[in-house]
Design a protein around this ligand. Structure first.
Ligand code: NAD
Ligand code: ZN
Ligand code: ZN
Length: 344
């Protein structure tokens, strides 16, 4: 089968032919119908050889949906032909966090060498994807594969961060979204669907700010050195009750801290290497800062339900598997509005 692989440190990913996978006991084979392109893959492909955490070649793609093509011995609960989304942050399935459905925070994944597809294990940018256990599959129940696939990460990750902040997002409150890209443009819609907060979106690109307004941002602000002042002004000097940074670079985490209100929540979701110091004099009183990772299986079920209800709709740009390297080039250049999706 064809697959998009990251093969050489620092080089672009390549379309190659690899053996068709076969499901072992307990595994499910999916024929992939859509795979999403995440900025995290670009981060991975920028890491140096020293300390690189995954084996190469690596088939990319940690957002995947597909049709069940074959079942390994003993698999129950899914049938050939079922249309499903893949819950990506696999865990051991048995530790205390996995028991809560929070496999993204599995206590044993690292020790057991368990990796998400596309981030250590062969991913979804291929004609077929092996899934280790049917519990990682959520029925699409009528959702279109292209529309649904970004929800497995670009939807689930902001959903998890926003859900935690909801008690602070009362009427009259403000939520700030920094970076209106793949994750950010879904975050704006989730905030509008789940809270009465006024949503202020920041980005460096006018195209992204236009998309932010289209999907529901009340206000947009160009993300530069004066952005924090502009947001403070929009909030009558009080700041935002919740801030979601989908860039996570030094300048954006600074902005995130500078726009937080007293007792505000700051989620640093982007992996841009920035850090926000917490301590007296650094931030307004009692601001909470956290760096969440992906979301739980239950939350993925909730995000898909929101999409079925029409509350979120991802802006997508589709590419064939042969053109997948171009999708990464475009994302790297900031030219993708919404989410790029590969159709293997
Ligand atoms: P993306 O490229 O689609 O979107 C990033 C957006 O940020 C773009 O619109 C870009 O114009 C904007 N931007 C860049 N610099 C900016 C700045 N200084 N101020 C404001 N906006 C700026 O990327 P994505 O796929 O949405 O991913 C966003 C980030 O989240 C990445 O760092 C990715 O690795 C990370 N991520 C984290 C998790 C997690 O679990 N924590 C999950 C998925 C993605
Ligand atoms: Zn991702
Ligand atoms: Zn576990």
């Amino acid at each position: 089968m064809k697959a998009l692989q990251y093969r050489t440190i620092g080089a672009p990913p390549e379309v190659v032919t690899v053996p068709d996978p076969e499901p072992g006991p307990g595994q499910v084979l999916l024929e992939v119908t859509a795979a999403g392109v995440c900025h995290s893959d670009i981060a991975v492909m920028g890491w140096p050889a020293e300390g690189f955490p995954y084996e190469l070649p690596l088939t990319l793609g940690h957002e995947g949906v597909g049709t069940v093509a074959a079942l390994g011995a003993g698999v129950t609960g899914v049938r050939e032909g079922d249309a499903v989304a893949v819950y990506g942050p696999w865990g051991c399935g048995t530790c205390a966090k996995c028991a809560e459905g929070k496999e993204n925070y599995c206590l044993r994944a690292e020790a057991l060498g368990i990796h998400p597809p596309g981030l250590g294990r062969p991913g979804s940018m291929a004609e077929y994807l092996l899934v280790d256990d049917p519990r990682h599959l959520v029925p699409l129940d009528g959702l279109d594969p292209v529309a649904a696939v970004p929800l497995t990460d670009a939807g689930l990750t902001p959903y998890h961060a926003i859900k935690r902040a909801l008690p602070a997002l009362v009427p009259g409150s403000t939520a700030v979204v920094i970076g209106a890209g793949g994750l950010g443009h879904v975050a704006i819609q989730l905030l509008r669907a789940l809270s009465p907060a006024r949503v202020v979106a920041l980005d460096v690109s006018e195209d992204k700010l236009r998309l932010a307004r289209e999907v529901g941002a009340h206000e947009t602000v160009l993300s530069d050195a004066s952005a924090a002042g502009a947001v403070r002004e929009l909030t009558g000097g009080l700041g935002a009750q919740a801030v979601f940074d989908f860039v996570g670079a030094e300048p954006t985490v600074r902005t995130a801290g500078a726009v937080a209100a007293v007792e505000g929540e700051v989620a640093i979701v982007g992996i841009g290497g920035g850090a926000l110091p917490v301590g007296f004099g650094h931030l307004p009183f009692e601001v909470s800062v956290h760096a969440p990772y992906w979301g739980s299986r239950g939350e993925l079920i909730e995000v898909l339900a929101l999409a079925r209800a029409g509350a979120v709709s991802v802006h997508t740009e589709t590419f064939s598997l042969d053109d997948a390297p171009l999708a990464y080039e475009r994302l790297h250049a900031g030219a993708v509005n919404g989410r790029a999706v590969i159709l293997p």
